[in-house]
Design a protein around this ligand. Structure first.
Ligand code: 13P
Ligand code: SF4
Length: 303
């Protein structure tokens, strides 16, 4: 505890010295969320990165999030606590494969989940997050959509549109692991609880939910619902904000495996060290960055 206190004090000094802002995804360890200047889901964090007037953005999340921040704010220095915090789903799509698909469907609009690399975003017409995916799709006037990389989110979104959606076969290792049986068992154990779920889960699991939404959507729903107890079908770091918002409500995570190991690579010690060393820094080559920026900015403009 004393060690943590020292780290927190050093963090405050460094933040001032460097004019830095600390952004943290809701899936980060509690010790990081606790010291963040701003907590959010993928959408809110991208928006915040685009708007901030700090000189340095410390992005606590996974690699593609830091990269998106750098693309949106190319003049800022973006550092991350650990380069090894990646997203396996983002790695499930490669540029050659996407180009091939685009050639097969030359009239399709490419919609890419923000959980993707800068190179893929540079091949994209418009990005989305889980918070605005349906709005983004509905804003488009094309009939055909190439959707990368999350097939589960794609399946969810396809229920809200008549457009032909060609889904890439990617998925989130963490959310996709949740099964119907897991949820049935939890519902039997907590019959009064509402089941809330992230659309990165499998379609048959999403179908069982009382509420489906992005991390922010789930937080808002649980805060406002009259229900006092929830079975939560998303990453366990979300518990930090859920309990902060509603200290008297009960939150049962649907399994103990709803933990993204990549998100947990970061910790307080690494956070302080990266601000001390000003590395690792995110770098995106300009010819990639400029194209990727258009697809992110188009997303931010969708109302
Ligand atoms: P959101 O932040 O959009 O809820 O997405 C969850 C996620 O898996 C981020 O990696
Ligand atoms: Fe990627 Fe899933 Fe982890 Fe999010 S929770 S960073 S989608 S592996």
């Amino acid at each position: 505890a004393e060690r943590n206190q020292q780290l927190k004090e050093r963090l405050l000094e460094l933040k001032k010295e460097r004019n830095a802002i600390i952004l943290a995804h809701y899936y980060q360890r509690d010790e990081i969320q606790e010291v963040a200047d701003f907590r959010g889901d993928s959408f809110l964090l991208a928006q915040k990165a685009a708007e901030t007037d700090a000189d340095v953005i410390v992005f606590c999340g996974v690699h593609f999030m830091g990269e998106s921040a750098k693309i949106l704010a190319p003049d800022k220095t973006v550092i991350i606590p650990d380069e090894r915090a990646g997203c396996p789903m983002a790695d499930m799509v490669n540029v050659e494969g996407l180009r091939e698909l685009k050639q097969k469907h030359p009239n399709a609009t490419v919609v890419t989940y923000i959980n993707s690399s800068a190179e893929i975003k540079a091949e994209t017409d418009i990005c989305c997050t889980s918070a605005n995916a349906v709005k983004v799709i509905q804003s488009l006037d094309t009939d055909e959509i190439i959707w990368v990389p999350d097939k589960n989110l794609g399946h969810y979104v396809s229920q809200f549109t008549d457009k032909n959606m060609i889904l890439w076969e990617g998925y989130c290792n963490t959310h996709d692991m949740l099964t119907v049986k897991d949820v049935e068992e939890m519902k039997a154990k907590y019959p009064d609880a509402e089941f809330v779920v992230h659309p990165e889960c499998r379609p048959e699991v999403v179908e069982m939910a009382d509420f489906v939404g992005s991390t922010t959507g789930i937080l808002k729903y649980c805060k406002e619902s009259d229900c006092q107890e929830f079975i939560v079908g998303t990453e366990d770091g979300t518990g930090y904000q859920l309990r902060l918002d509603s200290p008297d409500k009960k939150f049962h995570f649907a399994t103990k495996f709803l933990v993204c190991p990549n998100m947990k690579v970061n910790n307080l010690k690494k956070l302080v060290r990266c601000l001390e060393d000003m590395k690792p820094q995110i770098y995106v080559p300009p010819h990639i960055s400029e194209k990727a920026k258009l697809s992110l900015e188009r997303m931010l403009q969708v109302k």
